[in-house]
Design a protein around this ligand. Structure first.
Ligand code: OGA
Ligand code: MN
Length: 205
């Protein structure tokens, strides 16, 4: 799908700012293929309520996050998802080559926010682990998405979840990358169904 994509501008922007937003990173047909697969997996009952914490700490806390997710693994493969993972693998290699980040893996889940769902301000790491280095979100919605539809990703630029923030509309094909442990972020309540693939480039735990 994005074979031949020049990844240098992405890598440079992340190195300079710690975050980058790329509208139309993926062409509409590739977004559509991923979305169709995601909906098929949803209809097959494969998604679960997302939670917070990990292992024994895991809890479903809908007042904190109310999306549903499906982690991508060997039991969840489709040609479009494999192509996506292949692209992210090349991006992982590009980050390592340019920035010596020592990223050893990329793990991702599909996510759907039903109308009204949200995710309160958080950092992307679990209490006891620091191995998530870069967060990545690719939106699988139609390309037209306006502020009235809600569901914006808000990335706070300061040290706390307040003040100046980037606000990203989850329009289909938009890719967002940011440093997972540096930027507080939240998902505002979605006014319509909101689809995405969220993943993390990780160091060795
Ligand atoms: C997450 C997250 C943001 C988004 O899943 O951790 O912050 O825009 N997602 O979906
Ligand atoms: Mn997050």
């Amino acid at each position: 799908m994005v074979v031949g994509h020049d990844m240098t501008p992405l890598v440079d922007a992340l190195a300079d700012h710690g975050h980058v937003v790329v509208p139309a990173w993926l062409p509409a047909d590739a977004v559509q293929a991923l979305r169709a697969d995601a909906e098929g997996l949803w209809q097959a009952g494969r998604f679960r309520h997302a939670g917070v914490g990990r292992g024994a700490d895991f809890q479903v806390r809908p007042e904190i996050r109310s999306d549903r997710v499906l982690w991508l693994d060997d039991a969840v493969t489709t040609p479009a998802l494999d192509a996506y993972l292949g692209t992210m693998e090349r991006l992982r290699e590009a980050f390592n080559r340019a920035l010596y980040l020592g990223l050893v893996e990329f793990g991702a889940h599909l996510a759907v926010y039903p109308p009204g769902a949200h995710y309160r301000p958080h950092l992307d790491h679990f209490r006891n682990t620091r191995h998530r280095v870069i967060s990545s979100i690719l939106y699988l919605n139609p390309p037209e998405w306006c502020a009235e539809d809600g569901g914006q990703l808000r990335v706070y630029l300061g040290r706390d979840p307040q003040g100046e923030a980037l606000e990203v509309l989850p329009a289909g094909g938009t890719l967002v990358l940011f440093l997972a442990q540096r930027f507080w972020h939240e998902v505002l309540p979605a006014g319509r169904e909101r689809w995405s693939i969220t993943g993390w480039f990780c160091r060795r735990p």
